[in-house]
Design a binder for this molecule. Structure first.
Ligand code: BG6
Length: 515
């Protein structure tokens, strides 16, 4: 497919968003994995494409003792490994001049006074005060204390004419109660308009394209409802397990909390929401939160058992490599009752979606990494070709979030020849070939948006709480009383999940899309 110049005003609005403003980014938990793998490479790539506002600076705030030079050296090694557009020594040299390190305990008010002084010194050198972006990349148990300490030394108040914002990494709470508590702490320190709750799935190019696909084209929206759509499937498969010591965190979370409450619900909202009145952050988020609020609650343990399947992987092979079972993974409890896979059948109680099931599945150690949304259309009211044998019928629109981002539409076509034979064919659009360049990393887009004051692609307080409300009901059914809890199923590493997940769709006369 070729690419035409945008003529649509909706597209123009998306392109001309606010501009990012110069700021100092303070990363709490700067010695962690996220800073090395994602944040610094994202900032470096923004610099490489001249999108990072000039005079921006980064301060790493963490507990380990190290100099600016030590910090820059370790970040350089990480950037060589993880930068999307490669690593250029000269560019890194000038970019790294703006990186500094500040050692402090997260609980030590003196450390925050030191940070305030450092920021003031930079302002003096620059000759004017800078905006401030505080990035919480610590373990979640430190979020409260960092916020409280920022307020204690007044760093939440921006210098005259400037802004101070906070970006909260996930997980934002581990249930409704803790999310509400965190929202309360945040709101005492920063206004909601200055609070940016990251969900990196919203920064993925194809997730953003969902709104363009639906609302900038005339042909899809009239069909986007229960009259024409039979079911919607969202799959997020990963071919990794608990590498790099992740088991310690993951075993306290599980697939439902780790992926469904945030990433999958965000994708679901984008697919199912009503058109927003405009593209402002609140108009878009108003519509998204309505979807989550309209999810039909799972009121009893039986309803959870019928609509949610949980499972753990057992030993197996992924990509020809042998993998241990979940309970044998490093830093995972050998008796763990944490799910590494979950499949759900959801109902959205709105006019648009009455009778349309939304199936979602997410899991570790599946055969390959793939995230996609598939829209399965109903079959025509009268099947003129019923005497012809076709194994797979029905139009399917597939939105591939990753890898190989793109969109395809499957339809039935006549096979060439004198006989009337049908075969499914695909119209396929690939980002890479159509646009000839790789998409920016989610964190590039999201950091830039936070610097520009655009919260559209960040979760609002009510979105997060509504999602937890739904998830909590499932967690309670699973964990409150083990004697009556729905079973924990198993699947061999390298398979597409437990048989029970297939059976859940089988009861409805449907199957998961083969990926
Ligand atoms: C994170 C989860 O939020 O997303 C991880 O904590 C998961 O468990 C990751 O692996 C997946 O992100 P992506 O962008 O690789 O699909």
């Amino acid at each position: 497919m070729s690419v035409d110049a945008p003529e649509n005003p909706f597209l123009d609005t998306l392109i001309t968003r606010q501009r990012a403003e110069p700021c100092t980014v303070v990363i709490f938990g700067a010695t962690g994995d996220l800073t090395h793998r994602k944040l610094i490479p994202a900032l470096y790539n923004l610099a490489a494409s001249s999108e990072l506002p000039p005079q921006s600076k980064v301060i790493g705030f963490a507990r380990r003792d190290k100099s600016d030079e030590d910090f820059r050296t370790e970040l350089e090694a990480a950037n060589r490994k993880h930068s999307r557009q490669g690593h250029d020594d000269a560019l890194w040299g000038s970019f790294a001049q703006g990186i500094h390190y500040h050692r402090s305990e997260f609980t030590d008010t003196e450390g925050y006074r030191g940070l305030a002084k450092l920021l003031d010194d930079f302002d003096t050198q620059r000759g004017s005060p800078a905006n401030r972006l505080f990035y919480l990349a610590t373990a979640p148990e430190y979020f409260h204390v960092v916020l409280e300490q920022l307020a204690a030394v007044g760093l939440n108040i921006a210098p005259e004419g400037k802004w101070a914002r906070v970006v909260c990494e996930k997980p934002f709470g581990k249930d409704l109660k803790s999310a509400q508590k965190l929202n309360t702490t945040v709101s005492q320190v920063f206004a909601e308009r200055d609070t940016y709750r990251i969900d990196h799935y919203l920064g993925k190019e194809t997730a953003q394209n969902l709104m363009v696909l639906r609302f900038a084209n005339e042909i899809f929206e009239p069909l986007w409802n229960s009259r024409y759509i039979d079911n919607v499937q969202i799959t997020c498969a990963e071919n990794l397990g608990m590498e790099g010591g992740r088991g310690a965190y993951y075993d306290t979370a599980g697939a439902l909390r780790d992926m469904v409450q945030n990433h999958l619900f965000q994708l679901l909202s984008l697919v199912a929401m009503e058109p927003p009145t405009d593209l402002s952050a609140d108009s878009v988020r108003d519509e998204k939160v309505k979807v989550i609020r309209s999810l039909r609650p799972l009121a009893t343990i039986e309803e959870v058992a019928q609509n949610v399947i949980r499972a753990q992987y057992t030993a197996g092979f992924v990509d020809g490599q042998s993998r241990v079972g979940y309970r044998k993974e490093d830093r995972v409890n050998p008796q763990s009752l944490t799910e590494s896979y979950v499949a759900l059948r959801l109902r959205i109680d709105t006019w648009r979606w009455q009778g349309v099931p939304f199936y979602m599945r997410v899991g570790k150690q599946l055969p390959r990494k793939a995230t996609e949304i598939s829209i399965h259309f109903k079959t025509p009211p009268q099947n003129l070709f019923r005497t012809l044998e076709v194994n797979e019928g029905g139009n399917v629109l597939v939105i591939r979030i990753q890898p190989d981002e793109g969109i395809s539409l499957r339809m039935l076509s006549k096979q060439p020849g004198v006989l009337l034979r049908m075969q499914p064919v695909k119209m396929d659009f690939h980002y890479r070939t159509s646009f000839g360049k790789s998409s920016p990393e989610a964190y590039e887009r999201l950091l830039l948006d936070a610097m520009a004051g655009d919260a559209t692609l960040f979760a609002r307080n009510d979105e997060v709480e509504s999602a937890w409300r739904y998830i909590d009901a499932i967690e309670h059914a699973w964990h409150d009383d083990p004697k009556i809890a729905p079973p924990m199923h198993e699947y061999p590493a390298g398979s597409w999940g437990p048989r029970a997940a297939d059976e859940m769709l089988g009861v409805d006369g449907r199957v998961w899309r083969r990926i």
